[in-house]
Design a protein. Structure first.
Length: 155
């Protein structure tokens, strides 16, 4: 099985389609929002990512099939005075899980972060997400300070 990780070109219709398809699959998953992307999100996701210069997506291909995705946002740590990468979405299609694809996506994110001298990689993960084991094996750990992730939806 040949797994190939590529940074998506949002101007490439095929790759943009894979980003949209995989994000929608993740959205439908209980670890996403347990519902498909809204029509608005489907229509505007790629243009929104393109308009954000700090966004990038990595697509995992297994034998030329798009099976995994990492949607990432580059941010800035004021405490370290360096850039960081936040993995906003990480997903592998259910039928492709167990093949090391999630790990390969994490390795590709880390390679980019190290190559560009970023200070860290962050992600949020639900307490009931089975991928927590993968994240721990890869070296992620809960912050030393207990945190809650709060949101205020704006309509």
């Amino acid at each position: 099985m040949a797994v190939n990780i590529v940074e998506a070109d949002y101007d490439n219709p095929k790759q943009a389609g894979h980003v949209l398809e995989l994000t929608n699959i993740y959205s439908k998953d209980p670890m996403g929002q347990n519902a498909p992307l809204s029509n608005y999100s489907k229509e505007h996701l790629i243009e929104g990512l393109k308009s954000l210069p700090t966004a990038f997506s990595l697509i995992a291909y297994l034998n030329d099939e798009a099976v995994g995705l990492a949607n990432c946002i580059i941010s800035f740590s004021t405490f370290y005075a360096k850039r960081l990468i936040n993995i906003h979405d990480l997903m592998v299609k259910p039928q492709a899980r167990g093949n090391g694809i999630g790990r390969k996506l994490l390795e590709a994110v880390e390679e980019k972060a190290r190559g560009e001298n970023y200070c860290k990689i962050t992600l949020e993960v639900r307490r009931d997400n089975r991928a927590r084991n993968l994240y721990e094996r890869f070296g992620f750990h809960p912050d030393d300070v207990p945190l809650d992730f709060w949101i205020k939806e704006l309509g």
